[in-house]
Design a protein around this ligand. Sequence first.
Ligand SMILES: Cc1cc2nc3c(=O)[nH]c(=O)nc-3n(C[C@H](O)[C@H](O)[C@H](O)COP(=O)(O)OP(=O)(O)OC[C@H]3O[C@@H](n4cnc5c(N)ncnc54)[C@H](O)[C@@H]3O)c2cc1C
Length: 473
Amino acid sequence: VFSKVTPALVDRLRAIVGAGNVELDDLEPYSHDYTEDFRFPPEVAVRPRTTEEVARVVRLANDALVPVTAQGGRTSLSGGALCVHGGIALSLERMNRIVEVDAENLFAVVEPAVITQALQEEVEKRGLFYGPDPASRGSCTLGGNVAHCAGGPRALKYGVTKDWVTGLVAVLPSGEVIRTGGKLMKNVTGYNLTQLLVGSEGTLAVVTEITLKLIPLPKFRRTMLAPFPDLVSAARAVTRIFDARIVPCCVEFMDRAAVEAAEKRKAASFPAKGAATLLVEVDGNDEALLEREAERVGEACVAEGAPDVFLAMDEEQRRFIWDLRRSIGEAVKSLAPYKEEDTVVPRARLPELVAAVEEVSRRHGLTAVSYGHVGDGNLHVNILKLGVTEEEWRTRVPAAVREIFERTLALGGQITGEHGVGYVQREFLPMAYPEHQIELMRELKRVFDPKGILNPGKILPDGSERRPFGRRG
Ligand SMILES: Cc1cc2nc3c(=O)[nH]c(=O)nc-3n(C[C@H](O)[C@H](O)[C@H](O)COP(=O)(O)OP(=O)(O)OC[C@H]3O[C@@H](n4cnc5c(N)ncnc54)[C@H](O)[C@@H]3O)c2cc1C
């Protein structure tokens, strides 16, 4: 249904963004994100610098019926940034300025390709704090975070991206520009288009500017590692920590295989580890109170079977632990071909989810490595292609994934907590919602994007879904 990129269209793109920002030769970087080993080369990659240039590119594509896929850091784990129908990769990489840090009103205004960690560090220099902290923070962008409503370890105390976005500038497929919200803590003027666009995975509009709330930087942190003899007791300890009336800023879960993968990749060793390990961090402004909280976290972990709890003595030890933790995602993915699920359940149902994942993968003869932000009920399950034949992989994985999702949904959970539906989960959307609800989403998509040119092939099933274990596009 889509048209191809023609030489005449390329000329017009060059006229908009400059010849040096239209890429036809080296399209490899634009042809993949972090999702399995998919490769979908666009026909052309375009690097606009301003909202006006984005608007002109998108309008041109809409008129010509050519697909446009916005790309940030291309760290998506759901195939969000893949150009599955070819067309134009709209890389925002040159729109990477922190426009303003407004310390008086506690807001930041940024262009979409600002790297998440760059904003965190910039505001921290001024004693301020931006909450969302995806483990990919060194390479993902705030525009991608908005599109996926990224979470990360600190979400349980500080919320996910949607809780920090108060305004957007966005380009509609027609090329019209909308401005939603602003530096406003309150705003109920009409429908909440800001929050409709957050998490819309680049399928409704291209975000070209983001206004984010900030808060004062918490002064102190205490970071602990608690090893457990089995997965379920670690999951139980999470609830016990909250029962002690403590809200940590992070509770990360790592099974033994995840820990070992990170250790191997970094050639370093976690100071404490078990069959399952929790990384718990508390933060605040009252150091004495924090010491007591850390002690109570330790007691809760010991009560659930942790033989002892390691407390990071200084910032260097803390950084060392977090560096290892943040390397897990890539370390696990480098072990073998994988299929990752991003399950999320109400926190107290975690022990059941952890047990279900163990049971399902064992029964199907598959190796699953689990880790995640369990403080907010989010467990990443990586099924690895280890010790199985090609045929076993092809037949067992789809059945196991479906079962894991069934069990997750039965626990009151959902099939993705922060990675998005994207390309790889859309065939499972009918497990999550009834048809009339999916149809409502299709209607919303048609209102924004009647010709369907923005990031086609994502979120909404259209009958052409791939097999969940597919290897290449
Ligand atoms: C090692 C690793 C660890 C990770 N850890 C976490 C984690 O802890 N928490 C978490 O939530 N995610 C995590 N992720 C997933 C990923 O980093 C996030 O989804 C992130 O938000 C993607 O940002 P990006 O800039 O890379 O976006 P991309 O991958 O480039 O794009 C993602 C989606 O956003 C759309 N998009 C990008 N920019 C725009 C824009 N300006 N306007 C409209 N749409 C746009 C794209 O079309 C696509 O649909 C991890 C990934 C890796 C590889």
